[in-house]
Structures are given as structure tokens and as C-alpha cells.
Design a protein around this ligand. Structure first.
Ligand code: HEM
Length: 170
């Protein structure tokens, strides 16, 4: 039986070492709080304006301002900063918190598409930090897809077979 981490590596094409290279540098100290706020604001502006209604609708029950704060506080905490997210909301428990949403391969690719553009548009993020963050995001997105798959199987649906195996982001 493959672990969720193994599935995440296989499906994302990002091995665990690359995914967790965010821990080799303190990205919060390097980039600062405002950069994380800018990144999440840019990301969610793209998500809420997405021309693809099926993707936009996944976020329909969340307020944009709350989604931005949830995301940047989690990123700050995970990338070496103060535990802003957990102080407010407790353990991140990402698989559990994504349980209400259809986190499919297709949704992961759309999420990553917007995040890639948001990273490119956030000028203060240097190339090395961007590569580390993208690998972490890509691996985590597919970790959530693997979690979503377990949920579908427990509801009697066949497991998702589509591994995209795209190479890690540059
Ligand atoms: C794979 C595709 C993904 C989809 C479709 C998705 C969807 C969502 C949705 C609909 C929400 C609720 C918005 C809110 O109220 O905060 C959410 C929250 C969140 N997502 Fe994702 N997400 C994805 C990937 C990711 C990834 C890769 C990460 C982390 C690297 C992440 C981290 C979070 C966090 C921290 C929250 C806030 C949870 C909470 O406090 O309730 N998500 N996501």
C-alpha cells in the first residue's frame, strides 16, 4: 500500500527531498510578511476571477478576504515564520480541511496554474525561493489529491488512475 506522501511524489513528479527543500532556508526571514500577503492576494484574485466557472465555484462559499488570510498565515507558519495560522485556527490538518472540496487532478493543475502566475507576478520572490515554493506547492497539491482519492474510495468510487508525472517546476 502506497503512503499518501508516495502517491504525492509519483503524481506530482516532485520527490520528497525537493518538496521539503523549503526547510533548508528560512523563506519567511528572506521574503518578509508583506511578500506572503501579496502572493496570496494575487493568487486568490486570480482564483475568484477565473474564467473557468467549475474551478471558481469550488471557492463560492468562502469569502475572498478570509481565504487570503488563511493561506498567507499558513504559508508564513510553514516557511519559518510565527505560527499565525495555528494561533487562530489550530492544527492545519490540510486533508481534513479540504474534505468538503473536489480536490481532483484537474483542480490541482488549475490551482497550480494560478499559483505559478501569482509567484511570477510577485516581484520580491527570487528564483531560488520560487523553485522551492513551487515544488512544495506541487507536492502538497497532489498530497491533497491523494487524500481526496481516499475519500472517494470510501464512498465507493473507483480510484483515480491519472498520474501526470510532470517534471518539477524550474
Ligand atoms: C489542489 C488544489 C486545491 C484546491 C481545489 C483547494 C481548495 C481550497 C478551498 C476551496 C479552500 C477554502 C478557502 C478558505 O476558506 O480558506 C481552501 C483552503 C485552504 N487551502 Fe486549499 N486547495 C488546494 C490546494 C492547496 C494547497 C497546495 C495548499 C498548501 C500548500 C492549500 C492550503 C490551504 C489552506 C491553508 C487553506 C485554509 C484552510 C482553513 O483554514 O479552513 N490548498 N483550499
Amino acid at each position: 500500500m502506497q503512503s499518501l506522501q508516495q502517491k504525492a511524489s509519483e503524481w506530482s513528479g516532485v520527490d520528497q527531498e525537493d518538496a521539503f527543500s523549503i526547510d533548508e532556508v528560512n523563506l519567511f526571514e528572506k521574503l518578509g510578511l508583506q511578500t506572503f500577503i501579496n502572493l496570496s492576494t494575487d493568487f486568490y484574485t486570480r482564483v475568484y476571477d477565473d474564467e473557468e466557472e467549475w474551478f471558481r465555484s469550488i471557492f463560492a462559499n468562502s469569502k475572498k478576504e478570509d481565504a487570503i488570510q488563511n493561506q498567507y498565515e499558513f504559508f508564513v507558519q510553514r516557511m519559518g515564520g510565527p505560527p499565525l495560522y495555528s494561533q487562530r485556527k489550530g492544527h492545519p490538518a490540510l486533508i481534513g480541511r479540504h474534505r468538503p472540496f473536489p480536490v481532483t487532478h484537474k483542480a490541482a493543475e488549475r490551482w497550480l496554474h494560478h499559483m505559478q502566475q501569482a509567484l511570477d507576478n510577485t516581484t520580491d520572490i527570487d528564483h531560488d525561493s520560487k523553485t522551492r515554493m513551487l515544488n512544495f506547492f506541487r507536492h502538497t497539491a497532489y498530497f491533497l489529491v491523494a487524500g481526496n482519492d481516499l475519500k472517494s474510495q470510501s464512498q465507493g468510487a473507483p480510484p483515480c488512475k491519472n498520474g501526470t508525472n510532470k517534471p518539477a517546476a524550474e
